[in-house]
Design a protein around this ligand. Sequence first.
Ligand SMILES: *Cc1c(COP(=O)(O)O)cnc(C)c1O
Length: 429
Amino acid sequence: MDSRRRVPRTDLVLADPRLAATVGRLGRAVVKDAVAHAQRRARQGEIAPEEVADAAVAALPPYAASMRPVLNMTGVLLHTNLGRAPLSAAAVSAAVSAAGSADVEFDLATGARARRGRGAVEALARAVPAAEDVHVVNNNAAALVLVATALAAGREIVVSRGELVEIGDGFRIPDLLVSTGARLHEVGTTNRTSHADYAAAVGPETGFVLKVHPSNFRIEGFTGAVEVAELRDLGVPVVADIGSGLLAHEPLLPGEPDAAGALKAGADLVTASGDKLLGGPQAGLLLGRRDLVERCRRHPLARALRVDKLTLAALEATLRGPATPVHEALHADPAALGRRAEALAGELAGAGVDARAVPSEAAVGGGGAPGVRLPSAAVSLPERFTVPLRTGEPPVVGRVEGGRLLLDLRALPPDRDGDVVRAVLRARG
Ligand SMILES: *Cc1c(COP(=O)(O)O)cnc(C)c1O
């Protein structure tokens, strides 16, 4: 009989105890997908009909969601396509414990409703004493939309032509702002904007002046920009979109603005991301003058932009907890990275792999600190390892340079080095 006709029926395969046991953990749909995949392989003659159950077990994903944890060896600390900031263990466990029913807006002492996410809000306020009040939304884009809607809908936002930034994937801050019903009053030129440009533009129609940190590009040469401190005399609120979410000055990134610094310089409101240099979950932070934060928080749109309890838990743990993985990666000692690369390359070379330790350069990425190069170290492998490593379990993503695959160690937590050795040995095939 044609082996295609002998491919076992789904219900028979699902009766395999290994698969039946998994239904409770992953759900029926996920297990059936694995069975269907194995049946297809049998129909195409890739495996024998009696191997279908084994192949289905092998094809079972580790989780019910298809998103997979990845080892980031690109040398880009905040890799947008790899989920930007990896959370600290403290933030992960806080999010996990908030995942069930939790007192996110409930006062256990009185049994009454309480301010949503007050722990995260208090932690943020404590981390930036210069802010009179703070609010948390879905991401920095949401923070900008909320500020533009609450403070400038039907009115004007004054912004420099040198700060009309595209943040990625085709999304542009000017389009985002205009979508709220605010009008942009552009001032200056691409390379130079002066205080007089701002002063001439500000009038009764002005909702606020916006300063956008050019976080993902640099212009050099004949340039000029006006600092936040020089805009405080214009008589209208100054909103500073600092981008990266640094709350305080970071000496390693001297050009990167921070929330405390922007507020001290005179910004009335600061907006920032939670999942860039702050090293936390995706979130948008609003910090600054109490009346302005309150107008944002009370605006009907705030409800549409509010954050999930998982985010609030992870953000609080990020703010109060130990140093984040992003902080550790940023502050990693290049000599220690070199020693890790030597150890990994030595172990792989001992197993017959053409591996060597090489110096490398890492970057902050994720729209932060453009032009800052962080000395790093990498394991260099033949380029043919690229695809097997990327499609392996766990996937290892490096970068190809000069015909070699470089696995950069700066963004990889040191406790994952052993996983890299095993992945490379498996990828050798
Ligand atoms: C990254 C960035 C944004 C967008 O932030 P999200 O949190 O991704 O929405 C906005 N402005 C600046 C300056 C940025 O760097």
